[in-house]
Design a protein. Structure first.
Length: 338
């Protein structure tokens, strides 16, 4: 393992976690993320040569290990659409046997990929599913797929030895009636569910506060059905989900980035598919690392550039939400990596 120090940003937060968007494409058109009106046949995706190669992304990760990086999350767009994604996992695993490597996916292609991903050194998958009722699922994802396809992917992942978590974004008037069925569907399989407040990422999803269901309201719904919930102590300060338990012991997580922001512990950087580094999910601008990498910079040089960016970081968008809103043009989630 690489010997590592730690670098802190201007608010004392270390850089521990890198999310890499390996593609800006997706096989779903979730209405809150890539609405078809904005991501239709005319949308221009990144060309192959604009996207970082696995070698280039691996070099960025390698340059971050001496700065204290502990975790990489592969995401997108839909990461399983990228060819030979397991090869990338192997390259990351070869860098560091202790690196925590996770992947976020909509699960449709997981059945085909799970075994290889596990064998390549992937530790964990987070599968996003916002409804177990087929009609609701198809409406949200704007697809003809069935939740059964996602269940099959999850089953394959568990069989292969991967740890599995489930993420569900809750949107008012769309899927709040799916809270109880989702908990019931997964608790019996020993899979932790985390409910996410709908966020104002990007510029295409017409977000408004009325569409947000707060974690507190989600807990009220669950409590009404299953009994009083209890808050569990946090295990790691940088965990984005706050864990609660139902009376029967089932643990449920809540990612309350709108109602209870957690910027104070945010140790995440993001690498977009076209190789820019973003220090916040709500950043309007990133720093182009692709040119530096393609210009032939070695790991030490890339490391210095990132160190320079990180030590100046003062992002805490979710805590400041509502102030200075006008004319913001934050980058899309499918591009920057959720
Ligand atoms: N396609 C993969 C998936 O859906 O899991 C990976 C990329 S997706 C952008 C990552 C996560 O971001 C998903 O769990 C998705 O539900 C979540 N997400 C996307 N847009 C969001 C929004 N506006 N608010 C909250 N979560 C969002
Ligand atoms: Fe695709 Fe994931 Fe965005 Fe849905 S949330 S459109 S699956 S990238
Ligand atoms: Fe981190 Fe930015 Fe989200 Fe705050 S708003 S938790 S700084 S990504």
């Amino acid at each position: 393992m690489a010997c590592s120090m730690s670098i802190d940003d201007s608010l004392g937060r270390p850089l521990r976690d890198l999310r890499i968007s390996v593609t800006d494409r997706c096989n779903f058109r979730c209405t809150y993320c890539m609405p078809r009106e904005k991501f239709g046949p005319d949308h221009t995706y990144l060309a192959k040569q604009e996207i970082l190669s696995y070698e280039e992304m691996t070099r960025v990760v390698q340059s971050l290990l001496p700065l204290g990086l502990k975790k990489v999350r592969i995401t997108g767009g839909e990461p399983l659409l990228r060819k030979d994604i397991a090869v990338f996992v192997t390259m990351l695993r070869d860098l560091d046997a202790h690196l925590d490597i996770a992947l976020t996916t909509n699960g449709i292609l997981l059945g085909k990929n799970a075994k290889r991903l596990y064998e390549s050194g992937l530790n964990r998958v987070t599968v996003s599913i916002d409804a177990v009722e087929e009609q609701v699922f198809q409406k949200i994802t704007d697809s003809r797929n069935s939740p059964r396809d996602v269940f099959a992917g999850i089953h394959a992942a568990q069989e292969s030895g991967l740890m599995v978590k489930v993420n569900c974004v809750v949107k008012n008037g769309v899927n709040e009636h799916q809270l109880v069925p989702i908990v019931e569907a997964f608790s019996s399989k020993g899979i932790a569910v985390r409910f996410i407040e709908y966020m104002d990422v990007g510029t295409t999803n017409d977000w408004n506060l009325e569409s947000v269901v707060s974690g507190e309201d989600m807990r009220k719904t669950l409590t009404k059905h299953s009994g009083q919930m209890k808050r569990n102590p946090a295990v790691h300060p940088s965990d984005v989900a706050r864990m609660w338990s139902l009376p029967n012991g089932t643990e449920v997580g809540f990612i309350e980035s709108v109602s209870q922001p957690f910027c104070g512990d945010c140790s995440r950087a993001r690498l977009s598919a076209h190789g820019s580094l973003y220090t916040c999910l709500f950043s309007e601008k990133g720093t182009d690392l692709r040119s530096i990498v393609r210009f032939g910079a070695n790991e030490e040089e890339i490391s210095k550039v990132i160190q320079n960016i990180w030590t100046k970081r003062d992002d805490r968008y979710s805590e400041l939400r509502g102030e200075n809103e006008a004319d913001r043009q934050p980058v899309e989630m499918s591009f920057i990596g959720g």
